[in-house]
Design a protein around this ligand. Structure first.
Ligand code: NDP
Ligand code: X2W
Length: 335
């Protein structure tokens, strides 16, 4: 059994992690933290009643080390890079769900997050936790930078065709839509029911922080200089992300040939489904699957992709990373 602690236990990603860990063959949750709450976890997340008896606690790194082997850090960015160094220093492994260790360049981080990086020395060694691209690196690391939800959708959709030189790496347009849980459980005005219900719109146009993350990972993994326009939208659903992506073809290939390239690329990836039909968010809701298809429309390749932002976009992929780090089956807890 691997002993697991969760930081930020009152939030949505923590809840999804706990639901998955409850059915994992080899993980035992031994601590769940909060800065302020001390209630039993079943009172904060009633769906966990009967599954976990733990209460929330405010624990130091040393106290966590006595109880756990690995920590899932479910804190907001900035708060996370304040917590992670202390956890690593006492010898814990860390899977960080925030954005704090995803970008390699601290200046790019400061520009997009509006905050100087306080643990910049670890950015080069943290491993980007997208198993479909970096399975081997994930196996040997102590610090996982778990990907963002829009980012996973966009990278998984584009990586095969960019790596194979089948679409131009520049001028790519990613038109993405997210359910409201993507914004977390911490209250904010734009996610109040009366603001977002029956309403739909774009936000952070041209300046969303997932744009440099998508470009960094697609460029690094393909060896090409990838440039995208990323436009996120908030849609009045609980959960799910859909991305419609437009790219210029670089070589002559039919729709079926492009689908076959993607199927071959993901043949050893149990959570990627390259399908013929157009996927919807309901197909992958509450699962760790990523669904994609391709159409050719006039002179563009159009990729359509969906995942559940809280599972494949956050807590599910975090468990995939945990499984790889500890040598468990990649699907443990997730099917
Ligand atoms: N929601 C999503 O779909 C996705 C989220 N992520 C990332 O995962 C992380 C967690 O997200 P999510 O669970 O949705 O967030 P929530 O807002 O639901 O929960 C975050 C938790 O962190 C704690 N917290 C809040 N502010 C601070 C702070 N300043 N210092 C320390 N702890 C704090 C809170 O717990 P308490 O107040 O009890 O201490 C809170 O419950 C974030 O970094 C997010 O960007 C990544 C991919 C997708
Ligand atoms: C709907 C919504 O608000 N979504 C969030 C993305 C959630 C996510 O993946 O966040 P991190 O990259 O910070 O971990 C946003 O646009 O900020």
């Amino acid at each position: 059994m691997t002993r697991v602690a969760i930081l930020g236990g009152t939030g949505y990603t923590a809840l999804e992690l706990l639901k998955i860990l409850a059915r994992h063959s080899s993980a035992k949750v031994t601590a769940i933290t909060s800065r302020t709450e001390t209630s039993p976890i079943r009172e904060i997340h009633p769906s966990l009643a009967g599954r976990f008896d733990l209460s929330l606690e405010n624990l130091s790194p040393q106290q966590l080390k006595e109880r756990a082997d690995v920590v899932f850090c479910c804190l907001p960015h900035v708060a996370s890079m304040e917590a992670v160094p202390g956890l690593l220093e006492v010898g814990l492994k860390v899977i960080d769900l925030s954005a704090d260790y995803r970008l390699k360049d601290p200046e790019v981080y400061a520009k997009w997050y509006g905050h100087a990086h306080t643990d910049a020395g670890r950015l080069s060694s943290a491993v980007y936790g997208l198993p479909e691209l970096y399975r081997d690196r994930i196996r040997g690391t102590n610090l996982i930078a778990n990907p963002g939800c829009y980012t996973s959708t966009s990278i998984l959709a584009l990586a095969p065709l960019i790596q194979q030189g089948l679409v131009e790496p520049t001028g790519i347009i990613i038109d993405a839509k997210s359910g409201v849980s993507g914004a977390g459980r911490t209250p904010k005005q734009n996610i109040l029911f009366a603001e977002c219900n029956e309403s739909f719109g774009a936000y952070s146009v041209g300046n969303h922080r997932h744009q440099p993350e998508i470009e960094q990972i697609l460029s690094e993994s393909s060896g090409r200089n990838v440039d995208v326009i990323f436009t996120p939208h908030l849609t009045p659903m609980d959960r799910g992300i859909e991305a419609t992506i437009y790219a210029v073809p670089k070589a002559k290939a039919t729709q079926q040939e492009l689908l076959e390239v993607c199927r071959a690329f993901y043949q050893n990836s149990p959570f990627v489904r390259v399908v013929d039909r157009i996927p919807t968010t309901k197909d992958s809701a509450y699962t760790n699957f990523f669904d994609m298809t391709i159409r050719i429309v006039k002179d563009r390749v159009v990729i359509l992709a969906c995942l559940d932002n809280l599972i494949k976009g956050a807590s599910g992929v975090a468990i995939q990373n945990f499984n790889l780090m500890y040598g468990y089956a990649e699907t443990d807890g997730l099917l």
